[in-house]
Write a protein that binds this ligand. Sequence first.
Ligand SMILES: [Zn+2]
Ligand SMILES: [Zn+2]
Length: 418
Amino acid sequence: MYKKVRGFRDIFGDEIYYWNFIEKIIYDLSRRYGYSEYKIPVLEKAEVFNRGIGSTTDIVEKEMFIFKDKNDDFLALRPEGTAGMVRGFVENKLYAISGVKKYFYYGPMFRRERPQKGRYRQFYQFGVEAFGSASPVLDSEVIKLLTDFFKECKIEDKLKLEINSIGCPECRPLYKDKLTEYFETSKDELCEDCRRRLNTNPMRILDCKIESCKAIAEKAPVMINYLCRECAQHFESVKTNLSNMNVSFEVNPHMVRGLDYYVRTAFEMVTDEFEANSTVGAGGRYDGLVKQLGGPDQPGIGFAVGIDRLVGLMESKDVIPQYHLDIFFVLPDGLLDEGVKIINNIREKGYSVDMDFDLGSVKSQMKKANRFKAKFALIFGQNELDKKSVTIKDMDKGNQELVPFSRLMEKLSIKLDK
Ligand SMILES: [Zn+2]
Ligand SMILES: [Zn+2]
């Protein structure tokens, strides 16, 4: 017998209805905000991620599924969506279209992380990317889309929106100097990685998960106190727009992005449901990324949401209605021809119908109706055929009634179209 690869999993049964529920929201909400789907390849040249995510990040250094292809190319399974999206944006010259270009993606990503509960090496992300505008109105629109998404998933009350501004190439160098100065004073208490970061990228120390580093980072100077005038105005405008759209948020001055092409607005949806302050969705402005991947200097902003964790959160809160089959059709062997016709008619009207292909006793068929969580059983026996009727049994309440063929659809519509 074969077993699945470590860190991978099958998704099916009751859990899949959560996925289908979320997928419907992804497609519907993206359309409402003017985003069209972009299907990114699962496999890219590894350089795309080295350039797009940064060769010194944990993702690229430690977590990529990477291999040498037969023609000696290094290929990698995508660990996230943005790098491939931007590669496609540049390669397909989409930057040449005037105005804002809005895309969303949804699908599996791959990271060779240490397997642990709720973390998988194949995990799913929904993300959006908008290119071609530096307007703060776009920032707030992208954030609103993210909060709407969680609202429709019915778990908004478990989440908190945090925002920050992380400055720009104008104002960040001064801040970095202040930060380096600060960390130099307690250099000996930093972890080995962070001591290295002190020389390469001190802002990444603010992101370190090690407690002793966290304690030092807590009191470090924050970027929002060093913003240039343009960045400060941009941030004020984002906050005003969010308030105008009734989005509640908190400014978290400690939120950072480790890479230089991230500018200004950064945002995260955090929850305390798994562990304190864990992120279920994050995004930000990346005005330098298109250029980094060989395109013109065109601004961009986006976010990504981890769907596996979201499903876990929704399941624990039991937020969506259980899946039910509309109708289970119960009939004896002799009436199969007639029965199949009726089943076909009902399906063509848009209702879900199933039957027992073994055609066991009425009792055993009713048992299956229960197992399929049918809302109604339609019982079609000789008695019903003689009266050109069908018996409709409410599986929940237990009551039943005889309905003539001519009124069947009307009756189903009353019972099922709520
Ligand atoms: Zn600035
Ligand atoms: Zn550290």
